[in-house]
Design a binder for this molecule. Sequence first.
Ligand SMILES: C[S@@+](CC[C@H](N)C(=O)[O-])C[C@H]1O[C@@H](n2cnc3c(N)ncnc32)[C@H](O)[C@@H]1O
Length: 211
Amino acid sequence: MPMTVTYLDPVHPVDVSDHYGGQDHPMRIVTREVAFDNTWDAERRATVRSIFGGLAEEWAATRSNPERMIPLEDALARGQVQGATAIELGAGTGIATRVLQEHFSTVATVDLSPEMLFRAPEAALRVCSDAQQLPFADDTADVLVLMNMLLFPAEVDRCLAPGGALVWVNSRSGDTPIHLPAEDVVAALPGHWQAVASYSGTASWCVARRF
Ligand SMILES: C[S@@+](CC[C@H](N)C(=O)[O-])C[C@H]1O[C@@H](n2cnc3c(N)ncnc32)[C@H](O)[C@@H]1O
């Protein structure tokens, strides 16, 4: 039986500031319940959509900086992620879209919140959808990217093609409100998965594949 999570050396390590108490954040509870107990319903969807809709303007103004993309670039490179079709779930204002377009020929940018998605680059296929029930056929994506986004294990498993990779990034590692450690990402997914993981700047990432 192979190791489930293999850690690569951290790069550009820096301390996460204590400004953010992600561990106690209500979204952390939602993250764990969605991943492990499948507790997502219309009320929770409406609440999450409303929260992020209200944050959209500020998100676009404050989160869109190149440094924030370094961990994603690191995950794609050291996680040896390849393919033609990438779908980013919970893409927000599409900050990662251009990075993904440099790596993949087809990129879809998915978010629950229209206010977030309206601010995403128009060049991408922008899809306003709930990631719990995606409008994609089985095995559509070579790569699924979830950056600070809830994990819906069954839908990830359905949409990810055989041999595909799930890229999971938490911008502030364990202080990110929507956070799962690599071991929990792998444990929540149906079937047998293994991952490579690392730390990059303030972020943690893992790239998970079925085996
Ligand atoms: C913390 S933000 C991260 C945005 C972006 N990935 C980033 O790192 O800048 C989480 C995003 O996930 C979206 N989201 C939350 N639940 C979702 C769901 N069930 N389906 C699709 N998007 C969802 C929110 O609307 C929000 O834009």
